[in-house]
Design a binder for this molecule. Sequence first.
Ligand SMILES: NC(=O)c1ccc[n+]([C@@H]2O[C@H](COP(=O)([O-])OP(=O)(O)OC[C@H]3O[C@@H](n4cnc5c(N)ncnc54)[C@H](O)[C@@H]3O)[C@@H](O)[C@H]2O)c1
Length: 336
Amino acid sequence: MKNKILITGTAGFIGFSLAKSLLLDGYKIIGLDNINSYYSRKLKLDRLQILKKFENFKFYKLDIRNKKKLFKFLKSNKIETIYHFAAQAGVRHSILKPEDYVTNNLVGFFNILELARKKNVKHFLFASTSSVYGLNKKLPFTEEDPVNHPSQFYAATKRSNELMAHSYSSVYGLNCTGVRFFTVYGPWGRPDMALFKFVKNILNKKYIDIYNFGNHTRDFSYIDDVVMSLKKLKNKFPKKIKNINSYNPSLSSASFQILNIGNQSKVKLMDYINEIEKNLKIKAKKNYLKLQLGDIPKSYSKMNNTSKLIKYKFQVNYKEGVRKFVEWFIEHYKKN
Ligand SMILES: NC(=O)c1ccc[n+]([C@@H]2O[C@H](COP(=O)([O-])OP(=O)(O)OC[C@H]3O[C@@H](n4cnc5c(N)ncnc54)[C@H](O)[C@@H]3O)[C@@H](O)[C@H]2O)c1
């Protein structure tokens, strides 16, 4: 039997997708999620239903904000690796309810860091975001870019996570890898994200809101490529770099690294929408709006650090990815 892996946010999109793939590979997975109602709990429970079919999957309905319960329930479990995804995500929600990000993303993150330290885990990998590049204008976004200008509070909490993890690497020698995701999409994706909303509204003959008058470009990253990258990173521990240039925030003389995970391509939002329309064979009713507060108009990744560690080329372009999502959406919501 392979060693145990803890995945937090297992009922969520990325946590579920990674857990399923690792279970198929024969790993023992401990899943944890509070199944909150930020979006459809039914979708989260449907994802869990799939994971619960695996013998090697053990699930705890736990809230990472509750340190006492977290430590009590996980006491008897030996854990080798942690993938930490449980968080309050979403840019717009962070403008409406910033406090949710303090409790889930700062206090919750601290509790998981403590767990990683006490459990002596070999590798702590955690989710950060392309949003940390904030007001930066230089494209593509690379890991060595300065990230001192978050444009909203969600990004600020994620950047804080990177700094918190660095301090644990420095003081306690915890191997920490922060992965910055770039717009992850695909089957079982999040209902608060554009692709899901577009498909749902178009099918229901409702208007779709297109921000920034459609002038966004995004680095859309297909879920299977993200999962493959995450699996390949499991044993890619950070290298301590002795003579580190202190202006590079992504590498360190401590056991810490920051890695971009993106498709390294830029897609125009209107091309993405066009592809959805083609797949659904329906023309969308479009409501053009100005740039949203806190939103990044362009995102585009280059994986300078990541590609030195893993030789993996993303396989799925946005046309194929959109097709796969639409197929899943129609199939899933026909049954449910
Ligand atoms: N999907 C993306 O495009 C994207 C991009 C950048 C970063 N991220 C980050 O990646 C991670 C996973 O994202 P996702 O898209 O799967 O999001 P998600 O919302 O689908 O998954 C997060 C899960 O965490 C759980 N959770 C939230 N607060 C919790 C708490 N206090 N205790 C226990 N569980 C809690 C939620 O119930 C949810 O199931 C998040 O940290 C997110 O910020 C995602």
